[in-house]
Design a protein around this ligand. Sequence first.
Ligand code: GDP
Ligand code: CA
Length: 307
Amino acid sequence: MITALAGGVGAARFLRGLVQVVDPAEVTVVVNTGDDDWFHGLYVCPDLDSVTYTLAGAQNAETGWGLAGETFATIDALTRYGADTWFRLGDRDLATHLVRTQLLREGATLSEATARITAAWGLAPRLLPMSDDRVATRIAVAGGELAMQEWFVREQCEPPVLGVRFDGAGAATAAPGVVDAILAAETVLICPSNPVISIGPILAVAGVRDALVARRDRVVGVSPIIAGRPVKGPADRLMGPLGIDVSCVGVAREYAEFCSTLVIDAGDASRVAEIEAVGVHAVTAETLMTDARVAAALARDTLAAVA
Ligand code: GDP
Ligand code: CA
């Protein structure tokens, strides 16, 4: 049994490699739901969907989000009604949000809705939302707070970040199976995801961080930061203002309490001693996942790092 903590795109790329090198049916993925939000009356779970679509081989490789071959007729039609359409939802993607919202309306939990959706995509790994309770990542900027997607998509990550808060996390309980999956796994993987807004919300759910600490020897992460920069996305715009060094060393410091080993890029080999100095074992590998073959090799290297 392998359990992985995941955000969206970076995690999905890594998991696509992981399922090449281990039995996919033995993989449990605990996914961030802090980015989830309502749009046009529909409940959208961006990270669950990115992981689902990528594991199904249906992801849009160009945009990095949504489905391949997607069209946007519905969202464009909504402009007639004056609806806010800065959050682009594809026509096929909308089917996922319609089904999820319907299931939730009928009383299903997010875990149950997720199981239905992933089964329909034929996924062998088990995907678990971090919690069935609503947790909303909020970004503090000058003049107030923004929902995660407002800052990320509408504002294009431009307003400087003053703080980050996971609204609801204090009262949220981990979804069924999450803590057990961490405690029972042979290896726990922290995917190369945004440490602040992808891994951070998962850690904020009661019981998750403690479970990881208990399994520290078997927890291995992959740095999303290569050569002092995120591969993609705004990790630097969040880490910097929150006092986290934008480097694999900064990631190691953030994870040190619950993660014994960190896989960093071969190009960052000069940082190994600094990582070891914070009590984390550093292992170098090729971590830029340019294709599925590199992702599979990285997954193998990551598992070997704690073998
Ligand atoms: P999001 O929710 O879609 O932003 O997804 P994640 O948090 O899972 O992924 C974003 C993170 O993935 C960023 O910090 C990127 O630096 C990282 N990432 C993306 N592609 C790669 C890659 O090929 N290698 C590594 N090491 N990190 C990557
Ligand atoms: Ca996300």
